[in-house]
Write a protein of this length. Structure first.
Length: 86
């Protein structure tokens, strides 16, 4: 039986992975609906979608002690946040 702390960690892990996957799906859909034709931003939308899916999967399969680096990569994977991660 899971303790309250373990249950809370599982809920937070599922929420983080779900939100990351949703962000990836949005970027892939926008890329498919016409952003692919934009010179610079089109490939970046595709990259963000693919990397977002990979990060969501990594959040689900990484053991608890390895979540720190995965969370850091997730936080630093958005261009607007690069200034905070360098």
């Amino acid at each position: 039986m899971a303790t309250n702390g373990a249950a809370a960690r599982l809920v937070l892990r599922l929420a983080g992975a779900g939100l990351t996957a949703a962000m990836a799906a949005i970027h892939l859909r926008l890329w498919a609906e016409g952003y692919r034709d934009l010179a610079t931003i089109g490939p970046l939308f595709l990259l963000n979608g693919v990397v977002g899916i990979l990060l969501a999967l990594a959040l689900m399969v990484t053991p608890a002690r390895g979540l720190g680096p995965v969370a850091a990569i997730t936080a630093c994977s958005r261009p607007a946040r690069w200034a905070h991660c360098s």
